[in-house]
Design a protein around this ligand. Structure first.
Ligand SMILES: *[C@@H]1O[C@H](CO)[C@@H](O)[C@H](O)[C@H]1NC(C)=O
Ligand SMILES: *[C@@H]1O[C@H](CO)[C@@H](O)[C@H](O)[C@H]1NC(C)=O
Ligand SMILES: *[C@@H]1O[C@H](CO)[C@@H](O)[C@H](O)[C@H]1NC(C)=O
Length: 302
């Protein structure tokens, strides 16, 4: 594959930050708390036994010190930029990384795991951290935070923090469309989408009852344009796979309906939907407009 150009993260992230700012305007953000997959994993997979790691070159070549950290990126990932934009740390440490402690996590922590999905069956594929387990780690973090800051201060951080959720691609590309004896034999694509949205609903509701109030739920990228999908699309000259993109769009509509519904029913919750689809699609179709000859979305594969 000759596509080497890498997404202009800063551009994308500015857009996401703007969307998020709408929710938290004039508000304090003492910490950023991250759940999800490889799009936001800052190194948790380094600490578990999975083959799905990125702690080797060329990952990290544009990171501080040119160091691969376990981020599936040439440099920092969107959540790092968002943290910096809120005046917090320039990078968000991974919860399982033993070189960090609660003093670091008090202003930002990442529970994400590359390769995971909403569906338990997705995290099983490559033995990564299931989504429900990310929430268990978060509960443990809450206890540590209360011990570190005292109950009152910790509860303030928990309710004022910004929670970022970015997950879902792997449920389709690593699970549903890959294993013919798995979910695709059990659910139609629409039923599967509804099943995942139900898990998202339960997750956000539990997070709310644990004290979270400012949450951003990320939609799917144009997953039919991921390099692996394009490369295997021999019939269409390596163009994006439209079916997968349509599934992403349809799923994103369902997430938006969920966001509107939960934001209305859970009192005091400020939940927003962040859409990476349109901007990424535009960048892939029209890279010259962004000062590049092409873009590669390889980092989002897992
Ligand atoms: C993509 O861009 C890189 C440099 O940014 C270039 O080396 C490569 O040939 C380009 N690939 C295609 C398919 O245009
Ligand atoms: C996923 O697994 C956990 C732990 O076994 C379980 O509590 C949860 O109900 C499962 N989720 C679904 C949607 O089946
Ligand atoms: C969410 O609810 C708040 C009030 O709690 C409201 O101000 C806001 O506009 C709603 N946002 C969306 C996306 O529905």
């Amino acid at each position: 594959m000759e596509e080497k150009a890498i997404i202009n993260w800063l551009f994308l992230t500015n857009l996401l930050v703007l969307q998020i700012l709408k929710v938290v305007v004039c508000a304090n953000v003492p910490a950023i708390i991250v759940f999800g997959d490889s799009s936001v994993d800052s190194g948790n997979n380094n600490q578990i036994s999975t083959i799905l790691k990125s702690n080797f070159e060329p990952y990290g070549r544009d990171f501080y010190g040119g160091k691969p950290t376990g981020r599936f990126s040439n440099g920092r990932i969107p959540t790092d930029f968002i943290s910096e934009a809120f005046g917090l740390k320039p990078t968000i440490p991974a919860y399982l990384d033993p070189t960090y402690g609660i003093n670091d996590y008090a202003t930002g922590v990442c529970f994400a795991s590359a390769g995971t999905g909403y569906d338990n069956a997705t995290s099983d594929v490559l033995s990564v951290i299931p989504f429900w387990m990310e929430l268990e780690y978060y509960k443990q973090y809450q206890n540590e935070l209360r011990e570190y800051l005292g109950i009152e201060q910790a509860n303030w951080v928990i309710s004022e923090a910004l929670y970022l959720l970015s997950i879902g691609t792997n449920d389709f590309l690593e699970n549903y469309y890959i294993n013919p004896f798995g979910r695709s034999s059990e659910f139609s694509i629409e039923e599967y989408q509804n099943f995942l949205v139900g898990i998202a609903r339960d997750f956000i509701t539990e997070l709310y009852y644990l004290g979270a109030r400012k949450i951003s739920l990320g939609g799917l990228p144009p997953m039919g344009c991921l390099p692996l999908e394009r490369t295997t699309n021999i019939f269409w000259g390596s163009q994006c796979i439209e079916e997968y993109n349509n599934v992403a769009l349809q799923f994103n509509w369902k997430l938006q309906a969920l966001v509107a519904n939960l934001n209305m029913t859970l009192v005091g919750l400020r939940l927003v939907y962040s859409d990476p689809y349109e901007i990424l699609y535009e960048m892939i179709q029209n890279p010259f407009a962004f000062g590049k000859s092409n873009f590669s979305l390889f980092y989002w594969l897992f």
